[in-house]
Write a protein that binds this ligand. Structure first.
Ligand code: NAG
Ligand code: NAG
Ligand code: NAG
Ligand code: NAG
Ligand code: NAG
Length: 383
């Protein structure tokens, strides 16, 4: 068995023996001779200084830095602290006129791949961010230079920034977050920042992270500051509400239905008043657990969310039910008669009792509450 594995390993290695023909190797050598000559000219002979920005101070023509978003992954949105975490892949384009050459002098070489450590790299950071981190190690970051002086440089960024979430429609909310970038040290006269969403963006980006779906990603970032150069992207997302519907809304609805049923199922309210009230109180206790679960998801600001109202109304319904049990049992001596034998007769007696009326009222209110809540569920908004 081991021998067989070893033999197959040998065969795989042998079959990968790449052979180049002589013409190709000669051409390759010529090409690299030319690129080395070019490198020497750009960086050694011209004494390129990466600490100096290629800004021509005599006339106001700023360096244009274009941030092209080629990929984005939404990591999470923390509703409680109102922070969004993203991983972005950005292609930075700018023009460094010191790095231009004529391809004819260099055997037709019109592009050069160099380590970004020897270049001037424009500095920018994210606005409103707590974390902004380049993910690839320095040694692995390469830049592409074109003969007209344009530099392409790809970066992968992890960023965490704050975004004010509007929670009143939670869990059916649609949010809009601006992802802003800005330069701190260079003003608008020296530096012009703009953004663009790449045409070749992978559509799976729009799937979001499971909890959130991305509706749109554009470069309409509208914040304006007179001196700073600012640009960014606008992200619109909507929440997938199923988790909250199953974990909070459904149990809440069932609990209210069952406790109403328990409190008003028979016309003999007076006899087991205490049992019925303790049922109502136990349901209210359970409801506070659901309310706690809901409140962990939301920022404690002025907008009390829809889900919160739903749970509060359920709780109010149960408390009103408890009060009703007391009221009915105090004022219903005349309703309580000796039960007649027979199922039909019992049913008839129940239907004409006050308990039945109260039962209908409370179940109706509970159902209306659910329907009103679910009517805010818009499905997948597509704009
Ligand atoms: C691999 O290529 C080299 C050089 O062309 C050749 O000498 C050698 O025999 C090749 N090996 C195999 C297993 O084909
Ligand atoms: C590469 O350039 C050097 C001098 O710059 C020259 O001596 C050498 O012959 C060149 N090699 C080829 C393959 O052209
Ligand atoms: C420089 O050359 C690249 C590659 O050919 C091209 O994409 C870019 O638009 C050029 N830039 C300018 C300013 O002409
Ligand atoms: C910055 O670039 C944008 C887009 O290329 C352009 O509309 C704007 O006028 C430029 N601003 C300056 C100060 O050059
Ligand atoms: C973003 O800009 C595009 C065109 O530039 C416009 O059609 C669209 O309505 C804008 N979106 C928002 C949310 O402003």
């Amino acid at each position: 068995m081991k021998l067989l594995l070893f033999l197959s390993f040998i065969i795989i290695v042998a079959s990968q023996n790449i052979t180049y023909d002589q013409d190709f190797l000669e051409e390759f050598d010529l090409y690299f001779n030319a690129t080395q000559k070019l490198y020497k000219k750009l960086f050694d002979d011209a004494d390129y200084k990466k600490d100096m920005a290629p800004i021509f101070g005599r006339i106001n023509i700023p360096v244009h830095l274009l941030l092209e978003l080629s990929y984005m992954r939404l990591i999470e949105i923390d509703s409680e602290t109102q922070q969004v975490s993203l991983v972005l892949e950005i292609i930075n384009h700018w023009s460094d006129l010191r790095l231009r050459w004529d391809p004819e002098d260099y055997n037709g070489v019109n592009v050069l791949f160099v380590n970004s450590g020897i270049l001037w790299i424009p500095e920018y950071s994210a606005s409103d961010s707590q974390e902004f981190e380049l993910l690839a190690p320095d040694a692995q970051r390469f830049a592409r230079l074109y003969n007209n002086g344009t530099v392409y440089y790809e970066t992968t960024i992890f960023m965490k920034f704050s975004c004010k979430l509007n929670m009143w429609n939670f869990p059916f909310d649609v949010q809009s977050c601006g992802i802003g970038f800005q330069t701190y040290s260079l003003t608008k006269q020296g530096f012009n920042l703009s953004t663009k969403v790449s045409e070749v963006m992978d559509p799976s980006v729009l799937e979001g992270n499971g909890e959130w779906c991305i509706i749109s990603l554009t470069n309409n970032y509208t914040v304006e500051v007179p001196t700073l150069s600012l640009a960014g992207f606008q992200l619109r997302l909507h929440r997938e509400p199923l988790f909250y519907v199953f974990v909070i809304v459904l149990p809440c609805f069932l609990l209210t239905t069952l406790s109403n049923f328990g409190m008003f199922w028979s016309s003999r309210v007076k006899e087991d008043k205490l049992g019925k009230m303790s049922l109502g109180l136990a349901s209210m206790m359970a409801m506070t657990v659901l309310l706690d679960l809901a409140s962990q998801q939301i920022h404690k600001n002025a907008n009390f969310p829809l889900l919160g109202w739903y749970v509060i109304i359920c709780t109010i319904l149960i408390s009103l039910g408890c009060i009703m049990v007391v009221l009915i049992s105090n004022g219903c001596q005349q309703v309580y008669r000796k039960p007649k034998p027979g199922l039909l007769a019992k049913l008839e007696q129940y239907v004409f009792s006050r308990a039945f009326g109260a039962h209908l009222l409370f179940q109706g209110a509970n159902l209306t509450n659910l329907i009103y809540f679910l009517s805010h569920w818009k499905g997948h908004p597509n704009s």
